[in-house]
Design a binder for this molecule. Sequence first.
Ligand SMILES: [Zn+2]
Length: 249
Amino acid sequence: MKICIDPGHGGTDPGAIGTAPAAAGEPALTLKECDFTLDVALLLEEELARRGHSVLLTRRRDRSRQLAARAAHANRHAADLFISIHANAAANPAAEGIEVFHFPGSAAGKSVADRIMRHLAAAFPDHVNRGVKSADFAVLRLTAMPAVLVECEFLTNPDWLRRFLSCPGKRREIAGAIAAGVATCPEALPAVKAAAEPAPARTYIVQAGDTLSALARRFGLTVDTIATDNAISNPDLIRIGQVLRIRSS
Ligand SMILES: [Zn+2]
């Protein structure tokens, strides 16, 4: 598989910043989310490459990159899977746990998220499993392929900041668990994200002589996309007067 890893934040956007006070002979600690995500992304790249995947990253150093540019990078390189790495933050310092997001209605995204969450939960049984959730995050919405976003614990929890997120060995374990989850995915993930919420910009009423392939060309979409968005099982069977939902291309 070709996998695009997205280390969240970077450059002028450090993401969340975690701090833990000096305690029990340990010095005070500060960790920027963008540094954590890049480190885990590079470890994950190693793990995935070792398993024979071809890997690309949306950034390899501390630099700014727009969310749309990250998704465009993955789309341009025709990645099969997009994995965004983040660490969580909350006002309540007791908030804790690991969670994985997919785009609402993306069955393929959910399947990958389930697999990764299962492996993270198995690798870190002492962490709260916040489960698999859907969210309309830009990098999940704008990527053409199945996409997941992993929130690896809370930077704002001083305990997990010190014992987990700041620990190089744990970062390698996180990367290993994500890679192990990916390893259980079928070789051929659906090329098109099957979104149940395609947010169509318009509708089209089928006229005499229309074919799905001609409509696909006209709207700059694939036959599969229109068929999926409209739950058409046989692309040869559209009828005059049928109202099609046409998403923005
Ligand atoms: Zn983040």
